[in-house]
Design a binder for this molecule. Structure first.
Ligand SMILES: [Zn+2]
Length: 441
């Protein structure tokens, strides 16, 4: 769906950009806020950005959309999620390993049906857009057609999406099992079809060490060596029973992360979901290799995996992004995810600053996906993947923000209280792809 498609558009409203990393300097100094700002979009990119009073001749012959008091910022980046699990969100009563058996595997079986996969991919991406998420790194199922479905749906909306076929050659039901060879062949064929085709990016995707044989991990490591611009996504140290199982299955390895290291599955462009229970050596190795963590706080709380310590990642210097991990995650909203990240940090006596939370939800995720020069910030030259946030989307939020101390306090109130109702518009590559007032349901 496209509601507006000129080559040039001028958006007016409040604007939020980052000019520094809030984990490396005083967080408040990393935010650039214009209370009356303007964003000139040209051919899908941000061409100019500044105070509305300085627009000058740039507005001549350009359609202007005035968003008033609403906030224009970069679209959210969700750096770890599973589109096939959309329909099992909010399923009762299990922890990781039994969650997979009870809910995930039976649901993922359904994706051998291409029509079902296409319908799910469309629904999933519409949910992303109405929540202001413009980029996600997405797990498919073992079926290549699930990945085709996701990329077809993403291409239709001109979104910058990463995705990959989830590879498993053991410890999963027969209908979801591939082999080392078919995982390699099918992933390679999907890379050839989709990687860097339009805005799409392929992510080589072993589910996690327990469902891959050493032969499969080796094959996927070799494949990544052939296509180093692809991403690699998997899971790491989410749950204590899982970690004990990895130790049994891979007895010769120093720790969980070492399994991935030894098969060439670490380094820049690799994104590890969760990483809650890291050994000190693993944290050092993650940082040293340039690998990234996808912090999935609603999922960790929902299936009782633990509370990620953001300070461990910051101290070690590990790239970190924020992620929903649908369907173990309990919300598509990055506001809810930021709130959960704030709560997880509090379990470790850390108060996550709003600038840090919004950075994780945009540039942090973009950096994990090696896209931080392209998306994740409202900045000149960046792709115009933007959202327009209504800062008074409920009566409660409006009342709370009327009493806010400053802009940082307004951001904090949003991350604790806002949801999809706050997303007024979502723009992808300079086109409006979602408008709250034009979309029912
Ligand atoms: Zn996951």
């Amino acid at each position: 769906m496209s509601t507006h498609s000129p080559n040039r558009t001028l958006l007016l409203g409040q604007t939020l950009s980052f000019c520094g990393n809030p984990f490396e300097q005083d967080p408040a100094t990393t935010i650039r806020h214009e209370s009356h700002g303007a964003v000139l979009i040209e051919n899908g990119h941000v061409a100019w950005l500044g105070p509305a009073s300085e627009v000058g001749d740039r507005k001549i012959d350009v359609p202007v959309i005035d968003h008033g008091e609403a906030l224009i910022m970069a679209g959210f980046v969700d750096c770890h999620t599973h589109f096939p699990q959309t329909d099992i969100i909010a399923s009762y009563g299990e922890e990781l390993l039994t969650w997979l058996e009870t809910y995930t595997f039976p649901q993922e079986m359904r994706f051998d049906n291409p029509a079902f996969a296409r319908d799910s991919a469309d629904f999933f991406l519409d949910q992303c857009l109405c929540n202001g998420t413009t980029t996600a790194s997405v797990f498919g199922t073992v079926h290549p057609q699930s990945v085709d479905a996701l990329f077809i749906a993403a291409s239709k909306r001109n979104l910058r999406m990463a995705a990959g076929k989830t590879c498993m050659d053991r410890n999963a039901p027969q209908g979801l099992i591939d082999t080392a060879q078919t995982a390699y062949d099918q992933s390679k064929s999907l890379i050839e079809t989709w990687h860097q085709n339009g805005r799409n990016i392929y992510a080589i995707t072993p589910r996690f060490a327990p469902t891959s044989t050493p032969e499969q991990l080796e094959a996927l490591g070799a494949l990544w060596g052939e296509y180093p611009t692809a991403l690699m996504q998997t899971h790491l140290s989410e749950n204590l029973a899982e970690i004990a199982w990895v130790r049994e299955l891979f007895p010769g390895h120093r720790d969980y992360f070492d399994v991935y290291e030894s098969f060439g599955l670490t380094g820049a462009g690799s994104v590890f979901g969760h990483a809650i229970h890291l050994e000190p050596r693993e944290a050092t190795a993650l940082a040293g290799s340039g690998s990234a963590i996808a912090h999935c706080p609603t999922s960790n709380a929902f299936i009782g995996s633990g509370h990620f310590n953001i300070d461990t990642a910051r101290t070690a210097g590990i790239h970190t992004g924020l992620a929903t991990d649908i369907g173990a995650g309990s919300s598509f909203s990055m506001f809810a995810t930021m709130k959960a990240a704030y709560e997880a940090a509090h379990h470790h006596q850390v108060s996550l600053h709003p600038a840090q939370a919004f950075w994780l939800a945009t540039l942090g995720g973009a950096k994990a996906l090696r896209l931080n020069d392209v998306i994740g910030n409202l900045a000149v030259g960046y792709e115009a993947d933007l959202i327009v946030v209504d800062l008074a989307s409920t009566r409660l939020i409006g009342r709370r923000c009327a009493n806010a101390e400053d802009f940082i306090d307004i951001l904090f109130a949003q991350m604790i209280l806002a949801d999809d109702r706050a997303i007024k518009q979502t723009w992808s590559a300079g086109e409006c792809v979602y408008d709250r007032h034009l979309t029912a349901g």
